[in-house]
Write a protein that binds this ligand. Structure first.
Ligand code: ATP
Ligand code: MG
Length: 365
């Protein structure tokens, strides 16, 4: 059922890949929705299915992909059943995507102003001079310095951070309803990462685009996301508001992700990670796929898949630990440190926002 405020609904999506080694069960019954103007973060380790999920939203699945169930409804219409022509219109104007490596999404032979203007000319039929003027405005909006003089430069003349800003400008020029950002900062160095995240937060305030933000780093989610979906082995295992996921996490996998978030005083080479490896999706285990790595696993975890248990109206987790008859366990102590760090990050972001607001009011005559 399509509720009014959801612009996107993914229902019981199942995707396999045919390979020489057998059938990879990459997406194993994923459901979520996206509301107008919100940012949804999808977090999870490598191979959990984040990219495949979002590629299905764009109708961009690999040739060996087989959708074995479910649907992806954009304003009620199934993307997985759209014609090539409908998909092209969707991708150009309604749903845009930015990737990890800006260089792969830019055309090295085309001047950047033209690249930013192109989607306007192709999808909205805007005349070149007007499209170029809008491209210049967008360059300024995404913080490309000296935009007037740089509009005719080529991608290689820009730094990595500036290139990612160009990619964001191209993605936003048509004011898409959904922006998918797949690890948009991981290829950039830490300072630039922070700047791009700041930019995305600012843009989110200015443009009411809904954002699906993919990351394996829970720390990045602070201040970016409204809600978080935690993925493991092709499934969503926990879903909640950002505060619910950080301050009241219920799934042991989420505990693991939180524990592996760096604290302020750990340096990155001693970053703990969740012991063990994700399951082989050619032959996913029976029961809860996280059980072999879960120190709190119950007997039933190896026998039967856990359903979603409701924690609040907005918070669900698929773990047998939430069954009324399950033994009571408390999350590992070390996540308290991470929660403190997270609270600090939230506070810093709040201060930053206030600071911006003060600056804005000062600028006014
Ligand atoms: N074309 C393909 N053929 C076979 N298997 C595939 C294909 N594309 C993805 N997969 C598999 O699907 C699973 C999910 O992959 P996906 O790229 O969505 O992971 P991810 O969560 O985005 O990981 P990462 O954080 O590394 O980007 C993985 O096991 C991957 O190997
Ligand atoms: Mg990915």
């Amino acid at each position: 059922m399509q509720s009014k405020e959801n612009i996107l609904e993914v229902n019981h999506l199942k995707i396999n890949f045919s390979t020489y080694a057998g059938t990879v069960k990459a997406i194993r019954d994923v459901s979520f929705n996206l509301k107008k103007g919100e940012t949804l973060a999808i977090v999870g380790e490598s191979g959990s299915g984040k990219t495949v999920t979002t590629r299905s939203i764009m109708g961009l699945l690999a040739n060996n992909a087989v959708v074995t169930g479910g649907n992806v409804l954009f304003h009620g219409k199934d993307v997985l059943k759209m014609s090539q022509k409908e998909l092209e219109a969707l991708r150009g104007a309604k749903i845009a995507q930015i990737f990890q490596d800006p260089m792969t999404s830019l055309d090295p032979t085309m001047r950047i102003g033209r690249q930013i203007a192109e989607p306007l000319m192709v999808h909205q039929g805007v005349k070149k001079s007007k499209a170029m003027a809008q491209a210049l405005e967008m360059m300024k909006l995404v913080g490309i310095t000296d935009a007037e003089n740089r509009i005719n430069d080529y991608p290689h003349q820009f730094s990595g951070g500036m290139r990612q800003r160009i990619v964001i400008a191209i993605a936003l020029i048509n004011y898409p309803e959904i922006l998918i950002a797949d690890e948009p900062t991981t290829a950039l160095d830490v300072t630039i990462q922070a700047q791009i995240l700041d930019l995305m937060r600012e843009l989110q305030d200015k443009i009411s685009t809904s954002i699906i933000f993919i990351t394996h780093d829970l720390g990045v989610v602070a201040g970016m996301a409204d809600r978080v979906a935690v993925m493991y082995a092709g499934k969503i295992v926990e879903f909640g508001t950002v505060d619910e996921i950080f301050y009241n996490p219920k799934h042991p996998y989420t505990w693991g992700l939180l524990s592996s978030m760096p604290t302020l005083d750990t340096n990155s080479d001693e970053l703990p990670s969740i012991p063990g490896t994700p399951p082989d999706l050619l032959d996913p285990p029976k029961g809860d796929a996280f059980a072999p790595r879960n120190p709190y696993a119950l007997k039933i975890d190896t026998e039967k898949e856990p359903p979603f248990f409701k924690v609040s109206d907005t918070h669900y987790a698929a773990t047998w630990l939430l069954h009324p008859d399950a033994p009571k366990v408390t999350p590992p102590e070390q996540i308290i440190e991470r929660q403190k760090k997270f609270a600090k990050m939230q506070q810093q972001l709040e201060n930053k926002k206030l600071h911006h607001k003060v600056e804005e009011t000062e600028e006014q005559p």
